[in-house]
Design a protein around this ligand. Structure first.
Ligand SMILES: [Zn+2]
Length: 325
């Protein structure tokens, strides 16, 4: 988060529309007690929630706009505002658990430090496990005093309908890739490199900040070159898989994904004769492999299987028949 603290939400043009909507609600003192900010990860959803929290705490606010300079604004930005609770998966866990929600509910029941209100930001909210979501529902049904809850999620459908229906939806449309690349390039660096970096990070600009776009573009080029060789049967899947499993496997898998999407486009548009079934099977293998990246599974073996499969997307007659020795 430290990286994000330095980003001014006003510099993210794709958040202008939802921010305007929140500002209008704040100006009219009509902000609902619970918001569901729907936004893909890495686009600054939590920054938008914090901006809204700052607007609620700021003592120098004008027209629903936090000043960004007062002690309250600065505390919100650094996460040190005592009336602001941030719920996220704890480090050792991938979920937001019931104890965290219960603790937040207990906090909400106490008098606020500022004498104004309390704000809870839950991000990413789809990480609430079932019990935690049920506990949250209780808080939503019986809101305690002056409290605002903000749920930030790219997967609202994974939240119980009962939770969704008690929140005002704030949808944030995903911006065009060109907008994101332009935003990154405006901070320095070549647009082409940022485009590659973005492709390797699921189109999440804030995840890409602080990375080396030149190195990422190089990794993508290298991966694609090797995969092109695979189509000509000029690849040793075992050796390649072992090398990639040691060298940034997650980024390699992302680069394979971008390459495979291009092949599927070529095939779908009739620009290249490829085996549709093998393409879909490769896509399936890739999806599986993505799900395994965080697990202790043997990544080299999984990558090897995927590479073998990718080697079959060119119709067989033109592929030399290679088998493991
Ligand atoms: Zn302020």
């Amino acid at each position: 988060m430290s990286n994000l603290e330095t980003i001014d939400v006003k510099t993210l043009p794709w958040l202008d529309a939802p921010r305007q909507r929140l500002r209008t609600a704040l100006q009219r003192d009509r902000l609902p007690a619970a918001l569901l900010i729907q936004i893909d990860p890495g686009l600054g959803g939590e920054l938008l929630a914090r901006w809204c929290a700052a607007a609620l705490f700021c003592t120098a606010t004008a027209a629903g706009e936090p000043c960004g300079r007062c002690i309250d604004c600065r505390r919100v930005a650094s996460g040190e505002q005592p009336d602001l609770l941030l719920l996220a998966p704890l480090e050792e866990s991938k979920e937001i658990k019931i104890d965290q929600v219960r603790e937040a509910a207990r906090e909400l029941a106490l008098t606020s430090h500022s004498g104004r209100r309390k704000v809870v930001i839950i991000s990413p909210a789809e990480k609430l496990n079932r019990n935690a979501a049920n506990a949250l529902l209780k808080t939503l049904e019986e809101p305690a005093g002056a409290a605002t809850l903000m749920l930030v999620t790219g997967e609202a459908s994974r939240l119980p309908q009962t939770v969704q229906s008690r929140c005002m939806r704030v949808p944030c449309a995903p911006p065009a890739t060109a907008t994101l690349v332009g935003w990154l390039a405006a901070r320095g660096g070549a647009a082409a490199d940022w485009a590659a970096a973005l492709a390797l990070h699921d189109g999440r600009p804030l995840a890409v900040l602080g990375t080396d776009p030149v190195a990422l573009a190089g990794l993508q080029r290298d991966t694609h070159r090797v995969l092109d060789q695979a189509l000509q049967g000029a690849l040793d899947p075992v050796e390649t898989a072992e090398a990639w499993a040691r060298d940034e496997p997650a980024l390699r898998v992302a680069a394979i994904g971008a390459w495979l999407r291009e092949r599927i486009d070529e095939w779908a548009n009739g620009r290249r004769k490829l085996d549709g079934r093998a393409l879909l099977e490769s896509e399936e293998s890739l999806r599986e492999l993505r799900g395994w990246l965080d697990s202790p599974i043997n990544k080299a073996l999984a990558l090897e299987r995927l590479l073998w499969r990718l080697g079959t997307i060119v119709p067989r007659a033109s592929t030399p028949n290679r088998h493991r020795g």
